[in-house]
Design a protein around this ligand. Sequence first.
Ligand code: SF4
Ligand code: SF4
Length: 467
Amino acid sequence: MREEDLLQAESYRDRVSTVTDKGKRKWVYALKPSGKWYKYRKIIAWSYLAVFFILPFIKVNGLPFMMINVLEGKFILFSKIFWPQDFFIFAIAMITFIVFIVLFTVVFGRLFCGWVCPQTVFMEFVFRPIEWLIEGSPAQQKKLKEQGSFIEKTFKKALKHFLFFVISFIIANTFLSYILGVDEVIKMIKEPIDQHLGLLTGLIIFTYLFYGVFAFVRDLVCTTVCPYGRLQGVMFDKDTMQIAYDYKRGEPRGKFKKNIERTEGDCINCMKCVHVCPTGIDIRDGLQMECVSCTACIDACNEVMESVHLPKGLIRYASENEISTGQKFHFNARMKAYSILLGILMVAMGFLISTRKTVDTYISRVKGQLYQEVPGGKISNLFEAKIINKSVEDMPVTLKLEDMDGEIKLIGTNQIMLKKESLNEYTFFLQIPQKEITHRSTKIKIGVYKGDDKIQTIKTKFLGPFN
Ligand code: SF4
Ligand code: SF4
């Protein structure tokens, strides 16, 4: 290709589809999508929304199914509580998640953005349909903006923004339920406002945030703010599945002429794929960072192809290799390497979660304390025990010295009762007959028992008078 032609072909990269030549925001009035892919997306979106709003109410054994309480560092996943002490599991889970995202993106491109990203789901299947309902089709919306009467404009805009704000408030409450739990949010609603001013402020900030995003910022979140979108460029390769225009079949473009044999490619240059695009791009220019894989252009083009009796699929899910060489999708070396890594991480995660304890005990001698000789020929050491009960019930436990004679004397209580979901601290004297002590520092084991069941064995050291 000549240099001028190449520059011309690439000139679309010099502009942002949502910015005018004068640098102002160009509002995108995308056509309403319709077709097979939109129908599938609608089913997934509504299922997704149902899960999003119902999940905070689901409890198993009295515990929420999912809660991410970043404020208290308490996380519940699949009704299992994870504490900061489970940080290791979290770190592995985060790495697994990142590898999964990378693998998913390497293979399927921005499928996540178009199908399950909360931004897209709420924008395309909640806020935009409300806008269509109140202000009409995108063409009517444009007309309302340019020629609508003051009363009509004010009424429709006010109604739309009121509903947007109410929905944003509901989303913010649901969001808060994922952080604090639905019971806490309901309690907060019932109690006097002045008791929860901090939370209320957070709720209002999030409501305005969601409202601002869905009413004004919209698809700019995907094209300019979202870091995942920015990372696509480094994750895609020529085998990545994407929404692609089949330029081999489509070019050169030419208008459709009835009853005249076609000498051009299959693209009839009707611009439907451009007019339906929520980010305002022309997919025929090739893969662009602004494409959120929403499939609207596939549906639009298929409808056009059908009407002019040409095969569907001029725009379709395909890899760059598939379009340029006709070769079918294959799992390349990079995808295989990521899959193996993901498999290993998932096995490690499964192992860590299945062997995770409900009670975590840390026992050590109180710092700065030496041994004491006590009546009866015994040596005594002062210990402290920190015991985390991760379950939702209070739990009585006992501590027993294993494999040698000795006695544990709790200080300030006769019984260890672990409070649910908390860190419990106790101190105790451990007294061991002097004849058992053969070294200055003797390795000992203390068993933690729930009834007759040993739930943990702790190894620590006992200090004695020997050198
Ligand atoms: S909708 Fe299809 S035929 Fe129409 S311009 Fe786009 S690619 Fe060409
Ligand atoms: S190019 Fe097609 S898939 Fe990509 S955002 Fe636009 S309409 Fe959606």
